[in-house]
Design a protein around this ligand. Sequence first.
Ligand code: SAH
Length: 221
Amino acid sequence: MSDAPDQNGGFNAERKMQFLFQLRQKGITDKRVLEAMEKVDRGAFVRGHFAARAYEDMPLPISSGQTISQPSVVGLMTQALGVQPRDTVLEVGTGSGYQAAILSHLARRIYTVDRHRNLTREAELAFTREGLVNITVITGDGSFGLPDQGPFDRILVTAAAEDPPGPLLNQLKPGGVMVVPVGQSDAVQSLIKVTRTDAGFDYDEIMPVRFVPLMEGVARE
Ligand code: SAH
């Protein structure tokens, strides 16, 4: 771990400034989102020699063949979600835990689900290390949501579905918002914002994205 970022300054003042500059350039203007992203050291969620690149605006590999999303994409998704301080939020696709850590500074309570047990285990350790106490981590197939913990004010899906999963739509509170990448796994996907209204659901397209696919079932490791 000789190249871990904390051995060469970590998320120091200069890096923070550059990181926030990149985010603003990519269209992240929401003050609360920028403040939350300033508080979370992405280097704490990336392992091995990739940690040295934690503050660059690029996706990076994590365990189990998954990826931690590009910071600007995390920022734009978080901004689109419009999280309020009293919200209960469900994230599907814990991955490294980076996105959940940002949400934890913006909402009251976060539930995050991943189908890979080793990812949820590592993310949970990172949350404890970083002192983030309002996140509950669960291993499971997140496409069914968490019926016992819902309904949710906000749902963020960080893996691509062919369509917004029905159980997740059902677990949105009235007025609730879900952000989800939709499309075929290897084609261009669209990030969609779904708002639950009295009459049903409103759909807005936000931007083209590329995410790993939402898979069925719990992974074997
Ligand atoms: N939000 C993450 C990045 C997620 S990558 C971060 O901040 O690092 C997408 C994740 O979705 C992967 O970890 C993958 O294991 C998970 N995933 C895919 N299908 C899933 C499902 N049905 N239920 C829960 N997690 C799923």
